[in-house]
Structure formats: C-alpha cells, structure tokens
Design a protein around this ligand. Structure first.
Ligand code: ZN
Length: 226
C-alpha cells in the first residue's frame, strides 16, 4: 500500500474537523493538529517541547521552523510510516516549502492537500448561528440544531451565548486573514498537482464519500506507477 501523506486546508466552519475525524478513523492515520502536537511535545518534555514551551509561556507564536521540527520528530517516530493527516500547518507557502523539504529528506512525498472549501457567506451563516452553553460548552445552531427553548441549554438549563469567535464581524475578520494567507498556498499546491478540492457546504457524509473516492483513485494511480 502506498502512503497517505495528507494536508488539510480550508476556512474555519467548512467542516474540516468532522472530515479529519472520519479520515483518521478510515485509514488509521495519526492526526497532527499543530496545537495538539505542540502541547504533546511540551508534555513529553522533549528538547523541542522545552523550546516550544518558552514561546508559549511568553504568549509568542512558535516559530515555523520549530513546528516543522516537531512534525519531523513525529515522522521519525515510526507512527506515521503509512501516512499522516496534518491540520494547521502549513498555512503559508514558506511553511509548505519547509514541509516539502522535510518529506523529501525522508524519501517521502505529499500525497495530497485536501481543501475543504466553503463560500464566505456559508461560513458566516454556520458560525454566527452557533450558540454555546455558558456552563457545559454544549453547542447548538439556531437553524440546524436549535435548542427546545430559545437561549436555554437542553441538557442543563444554562444560558446559551454566542462566543466572541462566532460573532459575524469576528468571523469575517478570520476569513479575511485566512484568504490572505491561504489563497497563495492553494495556488501553490495546485501548481504542484497536489490539490484536491471539496465543497464543504455539501452534507458531511457526501463530502466524506468524495474524499474517500478521490484518495482511492489516487492510490490506485500511484500503485500503478510503482
Ligand atoms: Zn449545557
């Protein structure tokens, strides 16, 4: 079997998280979300973890190279020999080049960059409709998953609030940062023939089926070439 070395791209609210969970389940791939692997490196007390901790404690961004080294460490651990699913890195072309070098140095190659895309208006509708239980963090959606009583959590009767992150003006700002950083990265992967685009506005099951079908076809091609 050929490896599945995958990168996930897409705006917030397009359903990346849902698709990531399913892909991890389908293929048994380790899931490398930047936040998670940095916290794990810190918890393990590895040399890289110690370095990362200093930045995090000071509220500074962890430098690209350090994140890349943490990823490389995971690649060298043996757990990702059949592939991996990276989320949150790369976000820029510079980071993508680092990752490419890291993979090449290990005789590996990215299989695909999976873009779970959604129009801005759809993202704003999805995220700004979210309501979160102030006490237990239970999540509702005013259109697609409303509570029985307006503004009240079904599970514990707590008040439902709109998190600052989900306010339309904040969502628009996050989207504009996303477009600015990621649009060039999407082109970059497209130019390398690595981009697979999916419509995140479609039902999650359908998106999942399409991803599986495309990856299966890609694997078939790769094996044919070998
Ligand atoms: Zn609740």
């Amino acid at each position: 079997m050929s490896e599945l070395n995958l990168v996930l791209l897409g705006p917030p609210g397009a359903g990346k998280g849902t698709q990531a969970e399913r892909l991890v389940e389908d293929f048994g791939l380790p899931y490398y979300s930047t936040g998670i692997i940095l916290r794990e490196a810190v918890a393990n007390g590895s040399e890289l973890g110690k370095q990362a901790k200093q930045y995090m404690d000071n509220g500074e961004l962890v430098p690209d190279e350090l994140i890349n080294n943490v990823i490389a460490e995971r690649l060298d651990s043996g757990e990702a020999d059949d592939g991996f699913l990276l989320d949150g890195f790369p976000r820029t072309i510079g980071q993508a080049e680092m990752l490419e070098t890291t993979l090449e140095g290990r005789g590996r190659d990215l299989t695909a960059a999976l873009l779970i895309d959604a129009p801005d208006d759809e993202v704003v509708r999805r995220l700004s409709g979210r309501r979160t239980c102030a006490k237990g963090g239970h999540v509702y959606h005013v259109e697609s998953d409303p509570p029985k009583n307006d503004g009240v959590c079904d599970q514990d009767g707590s008040r439902l609030i709109q998190r600052d992150d989900d306010k339309p003006e904040t969502v628009r700002k996050r989207l504009s940062v996303y477009h600015e950083q990621t649009a060039p990265l999407i082109d970059w992967y497209e130019g390398r023939g690595k981009l697979m685009r999916f419509e995140g506005a479609r039902p999650p099951d359908e998106v999942h089926d399409r991803i599986r079908a495309k990856l299966a076809a890609k694997r078939f091609e790769d094996e044919d070439e070998q």
